[in-house]
Ligand binder design. Structure first.
Ligand code: SAM
Length: 355
């Protein structure tokens, strides 16, 4: 007997899944949040005391630009986030966080080699400060490698946030090694406070579909809207998506782990509107504020190192290299060359014989 296909799909605000699985997930999410609130989910970093934010009073940005409002603060994001000015505190629409990975990278002033238990505590502290800064409709994106992804997902779930996508940024220029498979990805975790209230703009990030770019499928051009286009898949790669290094024209000297402009374009266009507040607690070379500005969003960047912050601000003033407001970047991510479809040959006819 033919297998009965489950055609009931429902995941409000997220990717499609069978309704049964969705219902189970919702229960699990509620259970996790309840257990988190009751302090029943213990992670390694929980054994350390939480960071006590410094009493900073009224904080002043080190650098500002107007229209759209752009502010760069120098300091520890665990101290700056709770002290954000009134126009932003609890009102941030989108946070993009690309923290130090604890890989001993020589970041300006930040020491990137803590005992792991301290690093986990640090991670939960900045995540909690971000959650408090978000608007109820806000989104939180975290760029993180394999080492800490699982802990971050669990922490955000125990704090009651909902995961919309677990994206993967795939790059082709991983560092050579022979003892294990070459690392060629970082996780891009997309969480929200309220799945049904979140800002989501697929139109801003559509890309050519494989149907259009590879197969020349006429049906995709016959659609009422988004002809030949699709929402990108959750594995991100392609032209201009490589690691920013060497002679890449986006490259900023003295900055480590710089994120490609198109990555921030995708996050900011899809999860915020013009005039919204975008925040980056680990500003680095300034990618987030640079792209936010190009896309007419207000933004706040926080950076621990004062030289990094100065350099980031210079970049924000200069503007983006690839991303501009008028033209969404719409590169096909197909991995196959275009195929020319040949008309089918009939069996037994002369044109079906091999020559
Ligand atoms: C991975 S880099 C961010 C790179 C950035 N996404 C870019 O595209 O250039 C992390 C940055 O966070 C900064 N940082 C580390 N700890 C910090 C903290 N507690 N508060 C604020 N900034 C911090 C480091 O100095 C470094 O510049």
């Amino acid at each position: 007997m033919a297998e009965k296909k489950n055609t009931l799909f429902d995941r409000p605000g997220g990717y499609a899944m069978p309704t049964g699985a969705t219902a189970r997930q919702r229960e699990a999410a509620a259970d996790l949040a309840n257990a988190g609130a009751a302090n029943q989910i213990r992670l390694l970093g929980d054994q350390m005391d939480p960071h006590q934010p410094a009493s900073l009073g009224t904080i002043t940005p080190a650098y500002t630009l107007a229209d759209p409002q752009t502010e760069v603060f120098v300091g520890d994001c665990r101290d700056i986030l709770p002290a954000l000015p009134e126009w932003a505190n609890g009102k941030v629409d989108l946070i993009f966080a690309d923290p130090p990975f604890n890989w001993d990278v020589p970041y300006d002033e930040w020491a990137d080699g803590m005992p792991w238990v301290d690093y986990e505590r640090f991670t939960y502290d900045w995540l909690d400060a971000c959650i408090s800064a978000l608007a109820p409709t806000g989104s939180l994106w975290v760029n993180i490698p394999d080492d800490t992804a699982a802990e971050i997902v669990l922490h955000l779930k125990r704090r009651g946030l909902t995961m919309i996508n677990w994206c993967v940024w795939h790059f082709r220029f991983g560092q050579h090694r022979t003892g294990s498979f070459i690392m060629s990805k970082v996780h891009a975790l997309y969480f929200v406070m309220e799945p049904l209230e979140r800002t989501w703009n697929p139109e801003g990030v559509l890309e050519p579909s494989d149907r259009a770019a590879v197969y020349g499928d006429a049906r995709t051009q016959a659609k009422d809207e988004h002809k030949g286009l699709r929402v990108p898949m959750d594995v991100w790669y392609g032209k201009n998506w490589g690691r920013v290094q060497g002679n890449n024209k986006e490259r900023r000297p003295q900055h480590h782990n710089q994120i490609p402009e198109v990555y921030l374009e995708r996050v900011i266009r899809s999860c915020s509107n013009e005039g919204d507040i975008v925040l980056d607690p680990f500003l680095g070379s300034g990618t987030t504020c640079t792209i936010a500005r190009e896309l007419k969003r207000r933004s706040i960047g926080i950076e621990y190192g004062s030289a990094n912050a100065k350099s980031a601000f210079e970049r924000i003033q200069q503007g983006a290299v690839r991303v501009k407001y008028d033209e969404p970047t719409r590169e096909s991510s197909t991995i196959f060359p275009e195929r020319v479809t040949q008309p089918r040959r009939r069996r037994g006819t002369s044109d079906s014989k091999s020559s």
